[in-house]
Design a protein around this ligand. Structure first.
Ligand SMILES: [Zn+2]
Length: 152
């Protein structure tokens, strides 16, 4: 993945409030990408006058992917890029959001403005994380609730 390329593709201008450009890209496994669809899904930070309502590039990209039908197991790697000197690391909210859809071994490449990067696996960025595999199956929860309701 080339960080600067993804910034240009996904974030043609900086956010109007932070002036911080961030681009994120999700690389799909070849087997999960339809032949006519791109293997890379991109996103950019979308800012809002009500600052906390803005959305990071990582969640924009993953939301686009999920709406397109992609799910846990479909993603081979993630790239996050900015035009700053430091490597761009996903914020805590994005780490949790990505964790829902990424295997713990999926690499996340964090680029700086020179296109250099560091890489960490999902599980390294969010150790001891809470994810969908932690929850009991719905059927099990439903049965437990029914037993509670019946006084069992
Ligand atoms: Zn974020």
């Amino acid at each position: 993945m080339q960080g600067q390329r993804h910034i240009r593709l996904t974030s043609p201008k900086p956010g109007p409030y932070s002036l911080f450009r961030v681009g994120a890209s999700l690389l799909l496994h070849q087997s999960t990408a339809s032949s006519d669809a791109p293997r890379i899904i991109t996103g950019a930070n979308v800012e809002n006058a009500a600052y906390p309502v803005g959305t990071c590039a990582e969640r924009v990209a993953m939301g686009t992917a999920v709406v397109s039908g992609h799910k846990l197991g479909d993603f081979k790697a993630v790239g996050v890029a900015t035009d700053m000197d430091d490597f761009c690391s996903p914020c805590g909210m994005c780490r949790q959001f990505l964790r829902e859809f990424l295997g713990l071994d999926v690499p996340i490449f964090m680029f700086n403005k020179e296109g250099k990067y560091i890489v960490r696996k999902m599980g390294e960025l969010l150790p001891l994380s809470f994810g969908p595999d932690v929850l009991p199956p719905r059927e099990e929860l439903k049965k437990a609730r029914e037993q509670e309701a019946n006084g069992a």
